[in-house]
Ligand binder design. Structure first.
Ligand code: DHB
Ligand code: MG
Length: 212
């Protein structure tokens, strides 16, 4: 194992140990043959720390998969908080609901089934944070919607900002990688944002919306 991998394990074991609920979500994903593309525990803990730092009460997630990241996000909220998570695959939405029930987070979570570009226009602005972790090609559109829905002082968060190295591979012109590049560029250049990428797992873009 590389030193980097050992250090990731060290951080995860010390700061982000998984409980039975989180382990169970990953096990179920495996058993159902879903790809293991959930966030990592150390990334989940980083998201939680960021949410706690701003006292987040409402979070929007785009892309629930089986609810692994949703459990990390919702657990970082106060009892009267609310995670809204958008999921287009009904089987994944059902798994996410099951995960939230097992984590006793039903009251703090809401799974909205549908394509993100259909659901986003129906949501009320004012979210304390938006975590984007869905299909990659439409990311420029997800950026615009996220900015519209975020309150001033809120956090914009993007998973897979490195696209497994694809963003620096000039021969990679796939729509997914171009989508990530577009989001990263938009975040870097937007005068409303202070933004950077934290090199955790596959890159977590972290930005704060400083003005409307
Ligand atoms: C993929 C998507 C993700 O959101 C992720 O975290 C890892 C991989 C993928 O589509 O390959
Ligand atoms: Mg991801």
């Amino acid at each position: 194992m590389s030193v980097t991998d050992q250090l990731t394990e060290y951080v995860s074991a010390l700061f982000a140990p998984e409980d039975a609920v989180l382990e169970g979500i990953r096990t179920r994903q495996d058993q159902l043959g879903l790809p293991a593309i959930n966030i990592s525990a150390d990334e989940g803990k980083l998201l939680a720390v960021l949410l706690r730092a701003i006292g987040a009460r409402t979070v929007l997630e785009i892309g629930a998969l089986a609810g692994y990241s949703g459990v990390w996000l919702a657990r970082a909220l106060p009892p009267d908080g609310m995670l809204t998570t958008i999921e287009k695959d009904p089987r994944h939405a059902a798994l996410a609901r099951q995960a939230f029930a097992e984590a006793r987070l039903e009251k703090r979570t809401r799974v909205v089934e549908g394509a993100a570009l259909d659901v986003l226009p129906t949501l009320k602005p004012g979210f304390d944070a938006v975590f984007v972790d869905a299909d990659k090609a439409p990311l420029a559109q997800y950026f615009e919607w996220s900015m519209r829905l975020l309150r001033v002082g809120g956090l914009l968060l993007l998973d897979n900002a490195f696209r497994h190295g694809g963003v620096v591979d000039q021969s990679d012109r796939t729509p997914d990688t171009e989508g990530i590049r577009a989001f990263n560029r938009l975040a870097a250049r937007d005068p409303r944002l202070a933004a950077t990428i934290v090199p955790v797992r596959d890159g977590l873009l972290v930005a704060v919306k400083e003005r409307a």
